[in-house]
Design a protein around this ligand. Structure first.
Ligand code: SF4
Length: 338
């Protein structure tokens, strides 16, 4: 099998005191071995819930999942919490947004990186600490022997994120899930962390699922992009296709909200007007209709069909219907040059 992960018709709903929030509404995608796939969208679109579903980290008391999530042909949705714990850290590594709260302030950095070796491989604490130093070196921590004996508060944000990457990679996972891994960092450090992830991925067989709200980050590292809106994938394709020939009005909006290199006057960033759909009462038609400048009558009451523009470029939008008016959208800047 060439795919490491296959997600089929995943649905997630959260029971709340106001009713059931349909956070993920029939999402299907795959990740091939050694592939970097990014899920992009505004907050609340379901991208983090998708990552947490794969990791089995959604709250049991109010989340309901259906569909299937196959990791190397094993359906993660049918595993017990104990089995999922075993898979997290060994087959799937994870990095989250906030490097400070993800580290234990009372343990040295070396001890925390070494913990995975002790727990999962059963090797001695001394041997594990040596392996931790090697990993800290691999992720670019200078003087790793000395730094391994220090505590998280003695590290900068970027260095703490490197430590988390070391922890995530300790057991050589087949899939790394990185949820907004650079959002809390300043721009220079962001690109260093992305370069590090890219470099580590190239040197291994690992696949990466990157979750981000920032299409600029995607251009740097991913091979394929899934654009999510209101719990659905509305457009997917290779990075080249999505940047050169985007077709969904929501993707156009995301691209327009990227800072422009040619904007010498420091003009305001454009944002997508309106508010995201209410997933307590999901619309019967296209969820983007209230915010879309091209809404037609059909958009408001019928879910758009999925159109294949090429083998790896798919879009759900009525503008692709042959009876729809032709809309041309141009974007002068090539965001890949960022
Ligand atoms: Fe806009 Fe209609 Fe396309 Fe939805 S289906 S994005 S409302 S044109």
């Amino acid at each position: 099998m060439n795919n490491i992960l296959e997600v089929n018709q995943l649905r997630v709903a959260f029971h709340t005191k106001y009713g059931q929030v349909q956070a993920i509404r029939g999402v299907s995608f795959h990740i091939a071995r050694k592939e970097v796939v990014a899920i992009v969208g505004e907050s609340g679109c379901g991208k983090s819930a998708t990552a947490q579903s794969i990791l089995g980290l959604l709250p049991k008391r109010n989340a309901v999942r259906s569909g299937s999530i196959l990791l190397e042909e094993e359906n993660l949705l049918s595993l017990s919490e104990k089995q999922m714990k075993e898979i997290r850290g060994s087959k799937i590594g994870m990095i989250f947004q906030d490097p400070m709260t993800s580290l234990n302030p009372t343990m040295t950095v070396g001890e925390q990186v070494a913990e995975a070796f002790v727990v999962h491989l059963g090797i001695s604490a001394k041997k594990a600490f040596h392996k931790a130093i090697e990993l800290l070196h691999l992720v670019g921590i200078p003087s790793p022997e000395a730094r391994a004996k220090q505590y998280p508060h003695q590290f900068s944000g970027g260095m703490r994120q490197r430590v988390l990457i070391a922890m995530a990679l300790a057991l050589e996972p087949h899939l790394l899930i990185a949820d907004e891994p650079t959002t809390a960092l300043d721009v220079t450090v962001q690109s260093q962390i992305l370069d590090l992830l890219k470099d580590l991925q190239r040197k291994s067989d690992m696949s990466i699922l990157l979750i981000t709200h920032d299409l600029g980050v995607v251009a740097n590292i991913a091979q394929r992009v899934l654009v999510m809106y209101a719990g659905e994938i509305v457009e997917s394709g290779s990075v080249e296709e999505i940047f050169a020939r985007p077709q969904h009005p929501y993707t156009w909006g995301l691209l327009e909200s990227l800072p422009r290199m040619d904007d010498k006057k420091g003009g305001k960033l454009r944002s997508i007007t309106g508010t995201p759909a209410d997933l307590l009462n999901p619309p019967t038609g296209c969820a983007f209709a209230p915010r879309c400048p091209y809404t037609m009558e059909i958009c408001e009451n019928t879910m758009p069909s999925e159109y294949s523009l090429s083998s790896d470029h798919k879009i759900s939008c009525w503008l692709q219907d042959e009876r729809a008016p032709k809309v041309s959208w141009t974007y002068e800047r090539n965001a890949l040059e960022q």
